[in-house]
Design a protein around this ligand. Structure first.
Ligand SMILES: [Mg+2]
Length: 485
């Protein structure tokens, strides 16, 4: 008898639900392009962006020769402290769990001194959150630049905040300049990570009666080339990526797209990119430029809760969408695949760690009881014989030794748990045993989240996503099937 081949992990391909959403009630689905419909190989793409930005800063006189991009050095969701020049990983309460200054990790005592009384909040001007895969080159370049600034090798730079502004401008400039885009377009096979199943997901949704929209900040010339490269080869002969969408909107300027009243133009000459003001209904097959979300709602005749927007940029695609118009939202978080894999692989050691922690808690509780008994005896509130007290002291000593021995076992396991997925920062969605700050924002603003758009093909266009019952610390093991944590 032959063994049944293992099925791929269903969790990696799942669409996760924060807020109940019935896809059958959705009339239109809008998609972002970069890192949503088109996934780039992050290490290569960000290395190219880093290198172009490095060259730009070198031309401005910065001593950045020889700097190289390390794809593992940063993760998305880190927060820059522009007052002290540190990059921080923060939990959902704003408590800093890890940090670096330049290339140097913050020591535990230093971190506690600097951030023990600071609730980090990305809405304060002091802090800036780096929340996309495009931020990895920025974070990496900033960390290098902090080292140079500390050595007084960047004349004219006045502060860590000024430093971030200058590095951000350099990275933004190369994103908008032709050289980086030309390099990407010349090496699409190397830089685009293809996913043929996305076309299937979109065709399923269209056949189920959804209107499909592409809403990208990229300009038309780049969009048409990248979409052509990513999709056309996976579509039936005689059809192209344009056939997937009812409406294409380029140069959308998200997140302002969701809040502004910017006018909509139609691209009338697709070769030259010539524009004219758009009037009347959105016409199938046409390409539009700019515009705004309420205009799209009106032209489609749909309410905000009938439109789902799918994107990878927390602030560009999801936060503003949710804050302003209440469109339904789905966030693409590609790192989830790696995180789910890493957590699954660690499960036996996590079980060991959990058991050791439970044992430690039990010993600590007994230790506390004995200390209280001694304290009460000393204050005269409880009568104990001398031998009772001696026995209690001996037990306390033995408990301390047992707890220390447990700590020796717990330490390496806890360290390994903190290095899952990324040796410097750990998991994107977790900070210690808690949710990361990014996970907290995703929970708040993304109705759904998943690793890739093609997972909607597995979910089907008819899926009723129901939010899971959220366990609370006081829930018992029988309340939700999970032990209280
Ligand atoms: Mg994007």
């Amino acid at each position: 008898m032959t063994a049944t081949p293992p099925l791929p992990s269903a969790r990696e391909r799942a669409v996760f639900c924060n807020r109940t959403l019935n896809l059958r009630a959705i009339g239109a689905i809008g998609y972002d392009m970069d890192y949503t419909l088109v996934h780039y190989r992050v290490a290569e793409w960000e290395a190219a962006a880093f290198e172009h930005a490095r060259q730009l800063l070198a031309r401005q006189g910065w001593p950045v020769d020889g700097l190289r991009f390390d794809p593992a050095a940063m993760i998305q969701g880190l927060i820059v402290d522009t007052e002290l020049g540190n990059l921080l990983k923060v939990n959902r309460f704003g408590y800093t769990v890890r940090g670096v200054h330049g290339a140097r990790p913050l020591e535990f005592d230093e971190q506690r001194r600097l951030y023990g009384h600071v609730a980090v909040d990305h809405r304060q001007p002091r802090f800036a959150i780096l929340s996309t895969l495009f931020s990895l080159s920025l974070a990496s370049l900033y960390a290098h630049a902090v080292g140079l600034f500390d050595q007084h090798r960047l004349p004219g730079v006045t502060s860590y905040a000024d430093l971030l502004h200058r590095v951000r401008c350099a990275v933004d400039d190369v994103h908008h300049q032709g050289a980086l885009k030309a390099e990407i377009l010349a090496h699409t096979d190397r830089l685009i990570d293809p996913d043929p199943e996305i076309s299937l997901a979109l065709l399923d949704q269209r056949d189920a009666g959804k209107k499909l929209l592409l809403i990208t900040n990229s300009e038309w010339s780049y969009t048409r080339q990248i979409m052509g490269q990513a999709f056309d080869r996976h579509l039936p002969a005689g059809t192209g990526w344009r056939d997937l969408f009812d409406v294409v909107i380029v140069s959308a300027r998200k997140p302002e797209f969701f809040t502004s009243q910017s006018p909509l133009f139609e691209v009338v000459d697709e070769e030259q990119g010539l524009l004219r003001p758009a009037s009347g209904a959105l016409e199938q097959g046409r390409v539009y430029h700019g515009g705004n979300a309420s205009l799209v709602e009106n032209k489609l005749g749909l309410g905000g809760d009938q439109i789902l927007f799918v994107g990878d940029h927390f602030f560009g695609d999801v936060h503003a969408t949710k804050s302003g118009l209440r469109w339904r939202t789905a966030l693409i978080v590609r790192e989830l695949e790696q995180e789910i894999d890493a957590v699954a692989g660690f499960a036996p050691r996590q079980a060991e760690l959990t058991a050791l922690m439970a044992r430690k808690e039990s010993l600590e509780h007994r230790h506390c009881e004995l200390r209280l008994a001694l304290q009460r005896a000393q204050s005269g509130r409880a009568k104990r014989t001398r031998s009772d007290l001696d026995r209690a002291r001996r037990e306390i000593g033995a408990l301390r030794m047992q707890i220390e021995a447990l700590d020796d076992q717990i330490g390496p396991l806890a360290k390994a748990a903190g290095e899952l997925s990324n040796p410097h920062w750990g998991l994107l969605m977790r900070a210690g045993t808690d949710k990361s700050y990014l996970a907290f924002l995703i929970e708040r603003f993304a109705d759904l989240y998943t690793a890739r758009v093609s997972n909607f093909a597995l979910a089907t266009p008819f899926r009723y996503f129901r939010a899971a019952r959220v366990p609370l610390p006081h829930d018992g093991a029988g309340d939700d099937g999970e032990p209280a944590s």
